[in-house]
Design a protein around this ligand. Structure first.
Ligand code: NAD
Ligand code: UD1
Length: 337
């Protein structure tokens, strides 16, 4: 049985991927410093899979801990989720982001090469494209991220590409996620950010629970059918499967590859609200307000490469994304969290 080190495996996308890996027959070792997650997620993973991953609480910048993990376990590949992801904070505290996301990835990569692990899957983001002048993003389009967070992602992609060229045994997949939403169908794991959410679906979830009063819809004068922004929302379980398929792909293919993970079908803010209201039976009161600075009208994935090389395609649509989000939030509400 192969063992995969999952950095950031206690987080939102990481925890769903740990479930997909364990379901797919992998052993999992998690390294997470819990700066944006809670240990209780391990109990939830155990409930879902009847199997608990090995867990190390610590930082990807801690070389001693990394070398201990590689000595203690026969790791065949690494999926690297650990990172900071708040766009606004990345602008006000750039060094924190360059240190955690870029320096942290370099330390991890150095220890991986020392331990002779040859497979690396990296969490990148559609945000690396910036404003390419077209709404459908394809992997070979120019990249020009417009914020510090996006630049950290692009820098790590480039570092990994250069390292794969210099180390012919190294196999790398950079996965560019679009807008991950939803939760595991059990409702046991999902996205529950600390403080007021920045992103649409956690905000809607907290309104449905009565924690927040009303949604601000940022912009209703975009050149889109209903005037609100269009995004390629992707169910987190589909995203998780994409990582398992990327590991399969790398077993057969050396070198570095960059792949979009999105559905290719964008939805507007008003469509997300209406679908959430329909599946939850909860009213989501909202006001149409000014555009949010830095937002684009519309973008979505060309997901042809993911289908062609990974054999991956998103299965879950907007209703399932909203149903699973609501199940997760309603269970949180029942626990009084
Ligand atoms: P998350 O914050 O829920 O998970 C990240 C995890 O990494 C957390 O558990 C955190 O405690 C841990 N972590 C952070 N820095 C660490 C460090 N230095 N050492 C050890 N652990 C550390 O975020 P997520 O939404 O699950 O995102 C996972 C990855 O995917 C991130 O790299 C993020 O940038 C990327 N990504 C996320 C989205 C999204 O919308 N959620 C979109 C594109 C890319
Ligand atoms: C944001 C990040 C992006 C990151 C992604 C992860 C910015 C500028 N971009 O993308 O880097 O990869 O999250 O999912 O922060 N909206 C509202 N009201 C709200 C919140 C959002 O109307 O309270 C709208 C936004 O204007 C947008 C859509 O909902 O049209 C989605 O927003 P959000 O969930 O924040 O994601 P993005 O901005 O697409």
């Amino acid at each position: 049985m192969k063992t995969i080190l999952v950095t950031g495996g206690a987080g939102y996308i990481g925890s769903h991927t740990v479930v997909a890996l364990q379901d797919g027959g992998y052993q999992v070792v998690i390294l997470d410093n819990l700066c944006n997650s809670k240990l209780v997620v391990l109990n939830s993973i155990q409930k879902i899979c009847s199997k608990t991953p090995v867990f190390y609480q610590g930082d990807i910048r801690d070389r001693t801990l990394l070398s201990k993990i590689f000595n203690n376990h026969s790791i065949s590949g690494v999926i690297h989720f650990a990172g900071l992801k708040a766009v606004g904070e990345s602008q006000s505290q750039p060094l924190k982001y360059y240190d955690n996301n870029v320096a942290g990835s370099i330390t991890l990569l150095e220890e991986i090469l020392k331990a002779k692990v040859d497979t690396f899957v990296f969490s990148s983001s559609a945000t690396v494209y910036g404003e390419p002048g077209a709404s459908q993003y394809q992997e070979d389009m120019p990249t020009a991220p417009i914020n510090v967070y996006g630049r950290t992602k692009l820098m790590v992609e480039e570092i990994l590409g250069d390292s794969a060229k210099a180390n012919p045994g190294l196999k790398v997949a950079c996965l560019r996620y679009f807008n991950p939403v939803g939760a595991h169908s059990s409702g046991l794991i999902g996205e529950n950010p600390v403080g007021t959410p920045n992103n649409l679906m956690p905000y809607i979830g907290q309104i449905a629970l009565g924690i927040l009063p009303r949604l601000k819809v940022f912009g209703s004068d975009y050149p889109t059918p209903d005037g609100t922004g269009l995004r390629d929302y992707i169910h987190v379980d589909d995203l998780a499967i994409g990582h398992v398929l990327a590991l399969d792909y790398l077993e057969r293919n050396p070198g570095a590859i960059t792949v979009n993970l999105g559905t290719g079908k964008p939805y507007s803010v008003l469509e997300m609200i209406a679908t959430f209201e329909k599946v939850s039976g909860k009213k989501i009161p909202y006001d149409l307000v000014e555009r949010r600075s830095g937002d684009l009208a519309e973008y979505y994935a060309n997901s042809g490469l993911a289908k062609a090389v990974l054999g991956w395609q998103a299965k879950h649509g907007i209703e399932r994304m909203c149903e699973d989000t609501w199940r997760f939030y309603s269970q949180l509400g029942a626990q009084g969290s």
